[in-house]
Design a protein around this ligand. Structure first.
Ligand SMILES: [Zn+2]
Length: 124
């Protein structure tokens, strides 16, 4: 996965399903930061850039125009429909696009009609 992309956007993720007990949370945190370090090291080795992206609202924001829906999509809803620009795409794809935009990258197909926003530190 690392070698396929020039730049990576990594969700700065703390999975909620693992946070029920303190021990599980500690283990999850350790595993996640280990994985992150590993990923960052791998990316460095290959001359890639890794962006850590805040995961909040990635399922609510439109990857095309940046509008935010008023309510999170129910998990059963697999398609994201934007009320502002009319974009329709699979929610996973939309979330991925939102993360790329937040990382300051320019995902193909999301390059117009996007409101200007401060781009998070490009570490390259
Ligand atoms: Zn939109």
């Amino acid at each position: 996965m690392v070698v396929d992309f020039d730049q990576l956007a990594v969700e700065d993720l703390r999975p909620r399903f693992l946070t029920r007990s303190t021990m599980a949370r500690k283990a999850a945190d350790a595993a996640i930061s280990a994985a992150k370090h590993e990923l960052i090291n791998m990316a460095r080795k290959h001359g890639r850039t890794v962006h850590l992206v805040h995961p909040a609202h990635t399922t609510m924001d439109c990857g095309r125009c940046g509008a935010r829906t008023k309510h999170a999509l129910p998990l059963s809803e697999r398609t994201y429909t934007c009320i502002a620009c009319g974009a329709v795409c699979p929610r996973d794809k939309n979330s991925a696009r939102v993360m790329l935009v937040r990382a300051g990258l320019d995902p193909a197909g999301a390059d117009h009609g996007r409101p200007d926003r401060p781009t998070a530190g490009r570490a390259a």
